[in-house]
Design a protein around this ligand. Structure first.
Ligand SMILES: CC(C)(COP(=O)(O)OP(=O)(O)OC[C@H]1O[C@@H](n2cnc3c(N)ncnc32)[C@H](O)[C@@H]1OP(=O)(O)O)[C@@H](O)C(=O)NCCC(=O)NCCS
Length: 197
């Protein structure tokens, strides 16, 4: 059986919080995120996401198993640290749609599911909101980071192929790295793309 892509919004997201939290912890453990996950934090973060207006969750399902997930919501519904770089931006905050994570188990990569995650969220932004711009941010790690695998391929080309462009806007998000004892701030760089109307 193939992998099924399903899109959820509003309260329909709630039943999937546990599965998405577990998946985020598993996938984000790898470079470049190196996230030492914590299910209590995941539940709280994902409940906040599930309560936001105009939110969207795209799931990749192999039978009953959630093997991939992708999220988006209005930037105005996000936390202050993520909104901060857009305070004096030329596009009003209320007209920006924010893409959260895309996480897919390694076994399912390279067969177009990540592209579908973008297409589903972009279709939602175009049809279900009146926003002008989409954005997301990716973590910036030094080239010589000790935990960078030798075969590591950055996602920059993949994101450019989806029509997103790098900006000079950055935000900070704190989490505990797998090789650290406590949370540290990470720098994340924003990418943007205009919404076609
Ligand atoms: C980001 C991520 C979800 C991408 O998933 P993916 O399913 O492997 O990506 P895809 O297979 O859709 O796309 C990869 C390439 O393969 C191509 N591709 C391969 N098979 C394909 C198919 N059957 N149909 C369409 N495209 C296909 C895509 O077109 C794309 O190439 P392109 O950029 O030249 O167009 C995945 O790499 C991941 O989970 N990474 C770890 C977490 C992470 O870093 N997330 C991002 C920040 S939150």
């Amino acid at each position: 059986m193939g992998v099924e892509i399903k899109t959820f919004t509003g309260p329909a997201i709630l039943p999937h919080i546990e599965a998405v939290g577990k998946l985020r912890i598993e996938v984000f453990r790898a470079f470049p995120y190196l996230y030492e996950g914590d299910m209590a934090y995941e539940r709280s973060y994902l409940h906040t996401f599930a309560s936001a207006k105009n939110n969207v969750l795209v799931l990749a399902l192999d039978g009953e198993a959630v093997v991939g997930a992708s999220t988006a919501l209005p930037l105005a519904e996000e936390s202050e640290n993520i909104k901060a770089p857009f305070q004096d931006y030329h596009v009003p905050m209320e007209e920006i749609f924010y893409f959260g994570e895309s996480v897919l188990l390694p076994h399912y990569r390279g067969r177009g599911i990540g592209v579908q995650f973008f297409e589903e969220r972009e279709a939602f932004a175009e049809r279900r909101t009146n926003m002008q711009l989409m954005c997301f941010c990716g973590v910036v790690r030094p080239e010589d980071h000790p935990l960078r695998p030798s075969h590591y391929q950055p996602l920059n080309q993949f994101w450019e192929n989806r029509g997103f462009r790098q900006t000079d806007l950055y935000c900070k998000i704190a989490w505990q790295d797998v090789d650290k004892e406590e949370e540290t701030d990470k720098q994340l760089r924003f990418w943007t793309k205009k919404i076609k109307r």
